[in-house]
Write a protein that binds this ligand. Sequence first.
Ligand code: TRP
Length: 381
Amino acid sequence: MEENKKVMLTGDRPTGRLHIGHYAGSLRRRVELQNAGVFDEMYIMIADTQALTDNAGNPQKVRDNVIEVALDYISAGIDPSKVHIFVQSRIPELFEFTCYFSDLVTMSRLERNPTIKAELGMRKFGESIPVGFLTYPISQAADILLFGATSVPAGEDQAPMVEQAQEIAHKFNSTYGEVFIEPKIMVPEGVSKRLPGTDGKAKMSKSLGNCIYLSDDEKTVNDKVKTMFTDPTHLMVSDPGHTENNPVFMYLEAFAKDEHFAKFLPEYPNLDALEEHYRKGGLGDVTVKRFLASVLNDVLSPIRSRRHELEKDIASVYKVLEEGTKAAQEKAATYGLMARRAMGINYFENRKFIEKQQKAYNKAHQQQEALAAYLAKNKKS
Ligand code: TRP
């Protein structure tokens, strides 16, 4: 084990472009962590293998979105000179150790995983649950453990995955010897709730068409905000309104800074003042939405323009992924080697073991020969 190294690993499934929920929930934090330099090594995985666990029949969706996610990462501020961005399917050890780890986990433990339970409910597999889907927490444990990750920044929904990774590390270490580090999840600070969709549904999802993407242009953002779901009891401007569980205010809580008020809505010093007015009555949704659109466009504008530049040279973005993947391969190979040694399945490099087996055979042969000689001698006499 490499002592005291701080290693971050996290990832996303490439099933669509990233939206402002991803940004508020995790991406923004990763950029901050990168810039603060708290980690010795940082890895971000584009989890194409995991994306295939429920998209086996649609590999093109996964394939097309690898580059989209990479573009979103880099335009949002991930710096490939500090963070290894890599593609999951290109790391052989992840498959190898998914297999060994599978022997350390029971079926009932997998079925108890609350995230899997919730996802099975949403995915309508019926009786036809793909084995790879049910077991993806094991594969995700490999994602984390084969990089010696100490921290996994991810949303609350990933806590059961990190817990399973801890259990697998513990089980492996106690069975075969200390190799893997038990990782800790790092849940996002500040934003306590996942951003809802623009339609007020609990989650932003591509299939529901209720997302604001990092790559949306200004007009698209304005249009999407204009049609956003707000407080359904706030019928007239003079009516008192609710700010809690109101998507417009939840977005503002995630993105509006005092500077935005000075710039776009100087009648209010900050969000508290705006919320107070809304709750009291006399503040219309149109005003609030116009402000939200300005805030979002202000946040997204530098991301958009970086993306625009990157889109001019897609080959070089793939090059970035290739280099990140190379670095990730080296890291996983190191852990793979240590783990194979601990398990004693490093047959071809294990000279000592080969010598030991040879000695045992030599001894057995000697004994057989001695016995044969003894019997031959006794027969004769
Ligand atoms: N399960 C994560 C998601 O759905 C993606 C993921 C794959 C991941 N491997 C990981 C996250 C390892 C953190 C660490 O978003």
